[in-house]
Ligand binder design. Structure first.
Ligand code: NDP
Ligand code: OXD
Length: 312
């Protein structure tokens, strides 16, 4: 069985091969652009951002695996073979790492870690008292899926109150939940820190913009880990500069990498992270994909399948 890979650059192929050799030695891994691979011999593909139209050129392809949890870069292909399952990569380590990132970001806003980092870079003993404990401010999590729910649980474990927002109504222990456009204003009014863990869809594009930010309580924090296209960066900068937002920890941008001349880099209230919210190890992802392939070969259902109707 042949699995072609386009994730992490061609230099990552030996690492992917070593990982799969450990968990699925029967799979033969080839780089996506390897000219010696007959397109008709390819069974599976593991990809992050395939060039549009390429997947449709593999006539025997049986399933497509995203190398991340968000598969928007794959689903954007107008020629994507819609008859094949497109599986999001959500091993346990992915949600764990996201929960850690979200908890770190929320705590760093509460502690004003950005202020401390700037003071340290100046050699300045900038003594200040954090005005509140993290547990005194409710965190609003947008997106109560695999990533959102793990993040909620980890925030709760820190004693931080959480509210949640999703497309459909959800019951989550210990969390007041809101759903859909009708539930958004009440959810935002409760969110002293807003965490975005939404997938990129037509509905969520540009959602983090002035109208939404205006509904947050004054002095709110923002943690963005969804997708860059969801955020109107000039609106976030304006809200920070007016003081309506107190701080932001931003992991995803449009475009990526964040251009060198972006005002976000040097902004005193923004912590920039380079799209590292959750990056499980290749071995963990290989184990997950190998397990999915084994299930698929047995005829068992696959987990975390992208739904083109919902767009995520
Ligand atoms: P899931 O599909 O498991 O969950 C998505 C959640 O978003 C669901 O709760 C869904 O609602 C909600 N949602 C979708 N559309 C809307 C909408 N229009 N309005 C309100 N809620 C909506 O996804 P994951 O949790 O696995 O991942 C979420 C996203 O996180 C990924 O798509 C990706 O963009 C991002 N991500 C970023 C990473 C990083 O490193 N920065 C790493 C991993 C993921 P419902 O429950 O009703 O279906
Ligand atoms: C993902 C990501 O979707 O890393 O997994 O952004």
């Amino acid at each position: 069985m042949i699995l072609v890979v386009k994730s992490g650059g061609e230099q990552a192929l030996p690492d992917w091969q070593a990982c799969f050799a450990e968990v699925a030695p029967q799979l033969r891994l080839r780089w996506w652009d390897d000219p010696s691979v007959d397109p008709a011999s390819i069974d599976y593909a593991l990809v992050w951002d395939p060039e549009p139209g390429r997947l449709a050129q593999f006539p025997r392809l049986r399933a497509i695996f995203g190398s991340g949890a968000g598969v928007d870069f794959i689903a954007a292909d107008p020629l994507l073979p819609r008859n094949l399952p497109l599986v999001r990569c959500v091993p346990p380590e992915a949600t764990q790492r996201m929960g850690e990132h979200v908890a770190w970001a929320v705590l760093s806003l509460a502690k004003d870690a950005r202020r401390m980092a700037l003071a340290q870079s100046r050699g300045d003993w900038d003594y200040f008292e954090a005005p509140f404990a993290a547990a005194a401010r409710t965190v609003g999590v947008m997106g109560l899926g695999a990533m959102g729910l793990r993040s909620v649980a980890m925030l709760q474990a820190l004693g931080i109150p959480v509210v949640g927002w999703s497309r459909t109504v959800k019951a989550v222990a210990g969390v007041d939940t809101f759903a859909g456009a009708a539930g958004l204003p009440a959810f935002l009014a409760r969110s002293r820190v807003l965490v975005c863990l939404l997938p990129a869809t037509d509905e969520t594009r540009g959602i983090i913009a002035a109208p939404l930010l205006a509904r947050l309580p004054p002095g709110a924090g923002l943690v963005h880990v969804g997708r860059g296209v969801q955020m109107v960066l000039p609106d976030v900068l304006a809200a920070l500069d007016s003081g309506h937002l107190a701080g932001a920890v931003l992991d995803v941008f449009d475009p990526e990498p964040l251009p060198a001349d972006s005002p976000a880099w040097a902004h005193p209230r923004i912590t920039v992270t380079p799209h590292v919210g959750s990056l499980p190890s290749r071995l963990e992802r290989a184990r997950y994909v190998a397990d999915c392939i084994a299930r698929f070969e047995r005829g068992d259902p696959l987990p975390n399948i992208y739904d083109p109707e919902r767009g995520y």
